[in-house]
Design a binder for this molecule. Structure first.
Ligand code: HEM
Length: 215
């Protein structure tokens, strides 16, 4: 039988390709957009991580979600430094969530408050992605907009306290495999992962509409 981590990964593969090849991501990674688009994307992430991390403390003792809540993953301090760099000292008053971002953050919060398994699905979709493809995004952002390597602007992508991301991801997959959930609940978690990918794609679509390429 396939491990749960493999099932999740396989189940979301198609949507991963969709997210990765979205017009907005393609334009961003292709260096075709200005830094304002990158800032707007970073701003949207702030709302998603606010939902993920402001609720994490309460889930730390939960038997299902608790093992995933790890301080070395927390992204909010890094995101806030990046936004201060991108938007200046008044960055906080510039924040506004796109409707698609609002929907994403609301769903994360809903899971955090009532369904730990669903929270795990969102946790996986974000943090394991940030530890993987996030590194590609960081590299391109540094080169396109001239941020200092692993410095302000791209700190979100730098996990200072994770020395070996590959080993960390292996450990994370072991946690997924050991998650306390029966078959039906595992299926629900997989479905929520798909939903998490869709919510990300929705944000990319909205960003793509806001930053169209003028040929
Ligand atoms: C241009 C954007 C992206 C690139 C280049 C990218 C690239 C990658 C790469 C190279 C991996 C490594 C797979 C491995 O460990 O062998 C990965 C894994 C992953 N990515 Fe992405 N990705 C992107 C966008 C996204 C998005 C938008 C999400 C969802 C929010 C996401 C979620 C994930 C997850 C959850 C994994 C872990 C899969 C697993 O091993 O279980 N990625 N990505």
């Amino acid at each position: 039988m396939e491990s749960f981590s493999t099932v999740i990964r396989t189940a979301s593969h198609e949507q991963h390709v969709e997210a990765e090849t979205s017009t907005f991501m393609g334009d961003l990674l292709g260096g075709r957009l200005g830094v304002a688009a990158f800032a707007r994307y970073t701003e949207q992430l702030w709302f998603v991580y606010e939902a993920l991390e402001s609720t994490a403390g309460r889930l730390a003792a939960d038997p299902v979600a608790g093992p995933f809540v790890r301080p070395e993953l927390l992204r909010m301090p890094a995101l806030e430094r990046d936004l201060a760099h991108l938007r200046g000292p008044g960055w906080r008053s510039t924040l506004s969530a796109l409707p698609a971002t609002r929907a994403y953050a609301d769903r994360v919060r809903e899971c955090a408050e009532g369904w730990p398994g669903g929270y795990v699905a969102h946790h996986y979709t974000r943090y394991l992605g940030d530890l993987s493809g996030g590194q590609v995004i960081r590299d391109r952002a540094e080169r396109t907009w001239g941020f200092a390597r692993k410095g302000d602007g791209v700190r979100f992508y730098v996990f200072e306290d994770i020395a070996n991301p590959a080993a960390f991801k292996r450990g994370y997959r072991e946690l997924l495999d050991a998650v306390e959930a029966d078959e039906l609940e595992r299926q629900r978690i997989v479905a929520e992962c798909r939903r998490a990918f869709d919510l990300n794609t929705g944000v990319f679509r909205a960003l793509g509409a806001e930053f169209p390429l003028s040929a």
